[in-house]
Design a binder for this molecule. Structure first.
Ligand SMILES: Cc1cc2nc3c(=O)[nH]c(=O)nc-3n(C[C@H](O)[C@H](O)[C@H](O)COP(=O)(O)O)c2cc1C
Length: 175
């Protein structure tokens, strides 16, 4: 049994990324794994201040929900990172959370990582998001095992009629 942590960056509950996260989660649960989904918008995560105090103390000066997120990441076997595409990039909430990896960037490797990327564009137009997340998580020492593309979806729920649903379930059940 593996412990799967899903970090979902969209502000929209029941939006396309959220739906794909839940499909992945269902697949993993049906295969007997333990899952936890964190909606990053429910968490308070301030911007990194680049004070570098963490380089000396190992701890961030900001007291918000980041420590809890980092603890959970370190405890997980599998990490799923889901984001909508905002102007060809990951969304701002996810970037803010990633910048706050700084105090523990040397301790966030060794996980299998799956990406879930949604957008109204076709996959070719969402590629930069995959490239940046792949580079970041590989750089931290993880293995990026797959990416589920929720392409050509805009309104909430549109992804439900696409092949990404099955892909997310299958990915979750084969971790
Ligand atoms: C601020 C903003 C910027 C966006 N920029 C893009 C974009 O560059 N490319 C794209 O394909 N979709 C873009 N979209 C559309 C979203 O990626 C799309 O609606 C996605 O399904 C939202 O995911 P969610 O349903 O999980 O919230 C943008 C949406 C917003 C709100």
């Amino acid at each position: 049994m593996k412990h799967v942590l899903i970090l979902s960056a969209s502000p929209r509950k029941n939006g396309n990324s959220d739906i794909l996260c839940r499909q992945f989660m269902r697949g993993a649960q049906d295969a007997g794994h333990r899952t936890e989904l964190i909606s990053l918008y429910d968490k308070s995560t301030e911007f990194c201040r680049a004070c570098y105090a963490c380089f000396t103390t190992g701890r961030c000066v900001l007291r918000d929900d980041m420590e809890e997120i980092l603890d959970k990441m370190q405890q997980a076997d599998v990490i799923v990172v889901a984001t909508p595409t905002y102007f060809y990039s990951m969304n701002g909430k996810l970037k803010t959370v990633i910048d706050r990896f700084l105090p523990r960037w040397q301790n966030l490797g060794g996980h299998d990582v799956y990406l879930i990327i949604t957008g109204h564009d076709r996959k070719e137009g969402l590629k930069l998001v995959e490239e940046e997340l792949n580079t970041i998580f590989t750089g931290l020492g993880n293995q990026v095992k797959g990416c589920i593309w929720g392409e050509e979806v805009w309104q909430k729920g549109e992804v439900e009629n696409t092949k990404a649903m099955d892909e997310a379930y299958q990915a979750g059940s084969h971790i």
